[in-house]
Design a protein around this ligand. Structure first.
Ligand SMILES: [Zn+2]
Ligand SMILES: [Zn+2]
Length: 654
């Protein structure tokens, strides 16, 4: 007999025991423990590995970043676990690369110290949003080096790596190659004096650093010179036929999101070319070739391998997750700018090793979340960033709710304070809050908090009406979430709560009913509280704190999400005290928050742009000064800070 069968038998025994003694008032075996220590794939079961895009360590994520990757992945992971599926959720900070090296120089610390500091900042933000990673790691570990070098070496031995020479700008003063955006000079198109090597902010033209007139190093202002350097390229062209075959199969089987598929197809259609995967930098995974001792792997070759090494830092049995592709399904969540690295570059690397690596099953991508009709901007102080969401005093569940309802699944969406307040007051408070509060309070007051003996058939049309509706909603919810349609899933969860409100209204739950038809009143109370219990489970992936508040009021443990509605809270069960799940937000807060977070959009775009430009220059001057100070403090660091030539790709990834 299987373990499951055993526990079913135990449940049956406990059930009959409960009938006799009336001590067991909750169906045993429905509870769900979200804290499992070492999660490993199991034979003969569905095993799911979930990742969210690794946030780059040196900036604080804004709400758009949060909904795009970690929050979406968190909902899916919580859902899968609450369904009883064996699922592991990993993420971590992406720490190598030019941007870190330069920022460290500016702050006068080592790259390692900078990463230590920002890794903690990221973790704090995600903790506040209740993102429940099984492992939140980082890419700067020994296992990252081991695994990335293993993949590199396999590709090398199989003939998928080639050497090419590249000409880049080199700064002789600080002895380093310069990434495109670390070269500044006069724009050849419009004459703007502070154009960057990748783009001119005034005329908007894309540039390459060799086009700039009077180019200078952004770090120390000296004139760079062209210099040749050898690099390793991944032969994507040779891998393209196999990659395409994999894409057409995997995108079908895994129901890739539309934008994920489209972006991938456009890359493949253009024809893949060899892609440079090494950089002239110190801060990275060393290239495992004798002649490349002074170079490192490019962060975008390295970053996806981060998922593997973070898993390896979670469990020494990580190969069970990553090297048994027939037993595990990989679900990856990200903003659309990250797509090509997950559907083209990383899978090609995996294929080229000629080893069994787990490849992407489902990709879930988002478009962009705008802030009050404009862009989030750290430098202009516009928008809500992860670390200041809590300054509003609004609980994180409300932010989760709003972001998931505004999830940019098929087109860009807009964060607006007015909408934020409206949804809190009308949807969370009036729909969910009222339903739960009304029934729990009624039972507190009229039933001394104890579920009475009840028979649901005392309710008119119970099976054909209420039960059929609830089961239809639940089935729809499970199908929708299984297919990773997160926004619709939340809408469906809300319709369950709306059905609850209707149920109380249909049956007129009040004093009169209690006096005139006590059998029916008892049934309404018994069924209604069980609906609250079911509602807590379907809300759990989205609003974990709210779900915990609900089960606390029911005096019951968190429960699994079932296939069908059942009466698991039984007669004699004593519930807890009613408490408010949500608070009303004063609509006047809209103006307050818009001022606080810079949401007032200028109609005059030209003035806005000029102001931003001025601000940017001021900031850069400040940064330059800081860099000079830093360079003075850490001359050794300065010498080490070379930059990668094509580093612009780190930001322009589509
Ligand atoms: Zn320089
Ligand atoms: Zn220009």
């Amino acid at each position: 007999m299987t373990l499951e069968g055993n526990s079913r038998l135990t449940n049956l025994m406990q059930d009959s025991l409960a009938d006799k003694l009336s001590t067991v008032t909750i169906t045993p075996g429905i509870e769900f423990d979200p804290d499992v220590s070492e999660i490993l794939p199991k034979d003969g079961q569905e095993n799911i590995l979930i990742t969210s895009a690794l946030p780059y360590v040196n900036n604080v994520p804004h709400l758009g970043n949060i909904i795009g990757s970690v929050l979406s992945a968190d909902v899916y992971s919580r859902y899968m676990k609450a369904r009883g599926t064996n699922a592991l959720f990993v993420c971590g900070t992406d720490e190598y690369g030019t941007a870190t090296e330069t920022k460290a120089l500016e702050e006068g610390v080592s790259p390692k110290e900078l990463c230590d500091k920002y890794h903690v900042l990221h973790k704090e933000v995600y903790d506040w949003f209740n993102i429940k990673f099984d492992k939140f790691g980082r890419t700067t570990t020994e296992l990252q080096t081991e695994i990335a070098q293993e993949i590199f070496t396999d590709l090398f031995n199989n003939g998928y790596l080639e050497e090419q020479s590249m000409t880049q700008l080199f700064c002789e003063k600080h002895q380093g190659f310069l990434a495109d955006r670390f070269v500044e000079g006069v724009c050849p198109r419009c004459g703007y004096e502070d154009a960057r090597g990748d783009q001119c902010d005034v005329c908007g033209n894309l540039l390459n650093p060799f086009e700039l007139i009077n180019p200078r190093c952004k770090i120390d202002g000296s004139a760079p010179v062209p210099r040749d350097s050898n690099h390793i390229f991944l032969s994507l062209d040779k891998l393209q036929p196999e990659l395409e075959a994999w894409i057409s199969k995997a995108s079908e089987e895994g129901h890739w999101s539309k934008n994920g598929k489209m972006i991938t197809d456009s890359w493949v259609k253009e024809g893949l070319r060899p892609r440079c995967i090494t950089r002239d930098l110190k801060w990275g995974t060393p290239v495992p070739l004798e002649t490349y001792k002074d170079k490192v792997l490019y962060v975008w070759f390295d970053a996806c391998i981060g998922y593997v090494s973070i898993t390896a830092n979670y469990t020494k049995n990580w190969r069970l997750w990553w090297n048994q592709p027939e037993k595990v399904k990989l679900y990856q969540f990200m903003g659309k700018d990250n797509v090509p690295f997950h559907t083209v570059v990383f899978p090609s690397s995996e294929i080229g090793t000629r080893k069994e690596w787990l490849k992407l099953h489902h990709i879930s991508t988002t478009e962009y979340l705008q802030y009050e009709g404009g862009k989030f901007s750290k430098s202009r102080n516009v928008g809500v960033f992860g670390n200041n969401a809590k300054e509003t005093g609004v609980p994180s569940d409300v932010f989760r709710y709003y972001l998931l309802m505004a999830r940019p699944e098929t087109a860009d969406t807009v964060f607006s304070w007015r909408d934020f307040i409206f949804r809190n007051n009308s949807e969370l408070l009036s729909n969910i809050g009222n339903f739960v509060n009304r029934i729990v309070k009624f039972v507190n007051v009229k039933y001394e908090s104890t579920i009475p003996e009840f028979d649901p058939s005392a309710i008119e049309n119970y099976e054909s009406g209420f039960l059929a509706d609830v089961n239809r909603i639940l089935k729809n919810y499970n199908e929708t979430l299984t297919n990773v349609h997160l926004r619709s899933g939340l809408e469906i969860a809300l319709s369950l709560s709306a059905r609850g409100n209707l149920f109380l209204q249909e049956n007129g739950m009040n004093n009169t009913l209690l006096v005139e038809n006590p059998a029916r009143a008892n049934a309404v109370v018994g069924v209604g509280l069980n609906l609250v219990y079911l509602l807590s489970s379907v809300l759990y992936p989205y609003l974990p704190t709210t779900a915990e508040g609900m089960v606390k009021q029911l005096n019951a443990p968190l429960r699994k999400i079932p296939d069908e509605f059942s009466l698991d809270l039984k007669a004699g069960h004593k519930i807890g005290k009613a408490a408010y799940l949500f608070s009303r937000i004063d609509p006047d807060k809209e103006e307050v928050w818009r001022k606080q977070f810079g949401g007032e959009q200028k109609v005059d775009e030209e003035a806005e742009r000029k102001k931003a430009e001025k601000q940017r220059k001021k900031e850069e001057k400040k940064q330059k000064k800081a860099a000079e100070r830093a360079a003075g403090k850490a001359a050794a660091e300065a010498a080490a800070a070379s930059a990668d030539a094509a580093g612009a790709e780190e930001t322009k990834t589509t």
